[in-house]
Design a protein around this ligand. Structure first.
Ligand code: RB5
Length: 148
């Protein structure tokens, strides 16, 4: 059961961060807010790094990163060892990236999807367990790629 989620954004995702944090808290999930804290222009790699650290240091189980497209955040997050960040734009991908990739961060594009879809995707991301079995070997292969 997911108890703590780290959430971060840049200026492009700032409004969504508040909506998402309220939604997670209404589900009884503790939110670690990693910023940013306003609509002022900031650099997304800074906030991706903060959320990734919360996960790799064991403080949060999962993370959510929001920027304009979700893409910059996913590129930045995937540079961290042990992070599997997925930029998703639909519910199927949000569910499957937990089931098959054991993704630990969901990246969302606030300029791409609406908040209703974002919250549905988040619910699926949180509630879907990793399937294991044949996918375990593949995730282990991803972990090996971390060493390159
Ligand atoms: C900021 O303008 C924008 O580039 C950022 O939010 C994100 O979309 C990057 O991938």
């Amino acid at each position: 059961m997911v108890k703590k989620i780290a959430v971060g954004c840049d200026h492009g995702g700032f409004i969504y961060k508040g909506v998402i944090a309220n939604h997670l808290q209404s589900k009884g999930i503790e939110v670690i807010d990693c910023g940013c804290d306003s609509l002022d222009s900031v650099d997304y790699p800074v906030y991706a790094d903060k959320v990734c650290k919360k996960i790799t240091e064991g403080e949060a189980q999962l993370g959510i990163l929001i920027c304009g497209t979700g893409i910059g955040m996913s590129i930045a997050a995937n540079k961290h060892k042990g992070i599997r960040a997925a930029a998703c734009e639909n519910t199927f991908s949000a569910r499957m990236t937990r089931a098959h990739n054991d993704a630990n961060i969901l990246c969302l594009g606030a300029r791409v999807i609406g908040t209703g879809l974002a919250l549905d995707m988040i619910d699926l991301f949180i509630d879907t367990p990793f399937m294991g079995e044949r996918h375990t070997a593949r995730v282990n292969m991803l972990n090996e790629l971390d060493k390159k």
